[in-house]
Design a protein around this ligand. Sequence first.
Ligand SMILES: Cc1cc2nc3c(=O)[nH]c(=O)nc-3n(C[C@H](O)[C@H](O)[C@H](O)COP(=O)(O)OP(=O)(O)OC[C@H]3O[C@@H](n4cnc5c(N)ncnc54)[C@H](O)[C@@H]3O)c2cc1C
Length: 497
Amino acid sequence: MEHLDAEHLDVVIVGAGISGIGMAWHLRQSLPHKSFAVLEARDELGGTWDLFRYPGIRSDSDLHTYGFGFEPWTDDDSIASGDKIMRYLHRTVDDNDLGGRIRFGTHVDRIEWSTPDARWTVHTRDVASGEATTLTCSWVVATTGYFRYDHGHQPEFPGADRFRGQLVHPQHWPDDLDVAGKRVVVIGSGATAVTLVPALTDLGAQVTMLQRSPTYYMMLPRQDPVAKLLYRVLPTEKAYAWTRGKNRRTADTFYRLCRARPDMMKRWLVKTAARHLPEGYDVARHFTPQYGPWDQRVCFVPNGDFFRAISEGGAAGRATVVTDTIDTFTEQGIRLTSGAELDADVVVSATGLHLQALGGIHTVVDGVPMHPRDRLVYKSVMLSDVPNFAFVFGYTNASWTLKVDLVCEWVCRCLALMDRLGYAEAIAVNDDPAMPTKPMLELDAGYVRRAVGDFPKQGTGPWSVEMHYERDRRRLRHDPVDDGVLHFSRARARVAS
Ligand SMILES: Cc1cc2nc3c(=O)[nH]c(=O)nc-3n(C[C@H](O)[C@H](O)[C@H](O)COP(=O)(O)OP(=O)(O)OC[C@H]3O[C@@H](n4cnc5c(N)ncnc54)[C@H](O)[C@@H]3O)c2cc1C
């Protein structure tokens, strides 16, 4: 239903994280005549990087590939702290005069597409006052990330209510939590746990990492010596582009080797970890995963800080890794299935994210509710049978943002083509109902398995999700937008009511 007195924009971008900022830049750059706004539920930009405030918060990726293609990363740190990433995002917004386009504190609750009007009605809510507003737009681009902001994944630990210490989730780190001299148990072995362990050790905590099963770790230098050399001898833009290309190819080769030769790569990864652990360490038990590398994310360890926390430790001693499962929380800590007890003042539940598709926006197409799980992704940009709607979902096996730039370019190409030919509607139509489908997300991690059923599915050909930059580059940057699968139409005459 169109609201005739509502503000109308060409494009509404939902979310001012790194993807939304990227989309805004591309739109501004390629189609300066388009009116658009970025609607952001929070009071700050940056999404992920503003939300997570736990000690040591940093990227897993190198910033030369995680940064935007158009905005060089100039800091010496290649693996960067959350506050450096926030400064970079603010700089990008300020330098490109995008700040005025972001409407903070604006939650998008519902969007409704009307084919006769060829436009979306966007229902928003002012987060502070609860006041509802409506606007209309020709396109919606969801840059809403992939997880819930209100809470992370918190398993129901038996006996947790008995525990007299503090139970903390990294998504809601208390500002005033002083861990110095405290016994801290970190539950989990993923990227967050492996960041937290050395950071908490450095803050004077006595840290135990409790994992159900081991993870693969790969050492990376926090500062990239080749990048530093390139930045010394080349103009910044060129040094950035070369470093970006180098790192993209290196990460891609590593990923593909892991998939093609899992046994060889497993041996190498485990051996490398063992070299950084104390003599006689039980590597088989604590550092030898049962699955293949990249079945689940490989975690990166900058300058080996995690291994140093285990070998050398901080003021309160070395960090310990325990591989076991939780029987129950007790008043003093955690009793394990083996019968061992871990005493704790603080337990950090680094148990992951609660995934959510498309920012939980309730979407209606011509009066019919649209569930992402019933849709196929088209070129990992649009959804089957949902007109003028794009979403940005980055790589999970490489820097998220590498894909953001490509997706945003494709959206701008599509809009330009529609303008040129006078089209009002673009809709991806799958005419093969027998096409085999599978989940859009293929990581075999618990947090993905728990939610993957709510996400769209992928098929074959243009309906596949590529986790491969070169293939995406061809598909999104070079292949024609008008490929016969994307159907275009001119505005239909409105039927008078
Ligand atoms: C701790 C952590 C570290 C990570 N490190 C890396 C890394 O090193 N490399 C990598 O490639 N990936 C990493 N990731 C993945 C990371 O989430 C992505 O890289 C990237 O930050 C996602 O950006 P985004 O803009 O797409 O989404 P987000 O950063 O999640 O931003 C989405 C924005 O949309 C807003 N929003 C959502 N729904 C609505 C709505 N309905 N209405 C209005 N606003 C809405 C949110 O408030 C938020 O601001 C990490 C993730 C985490 C949690």
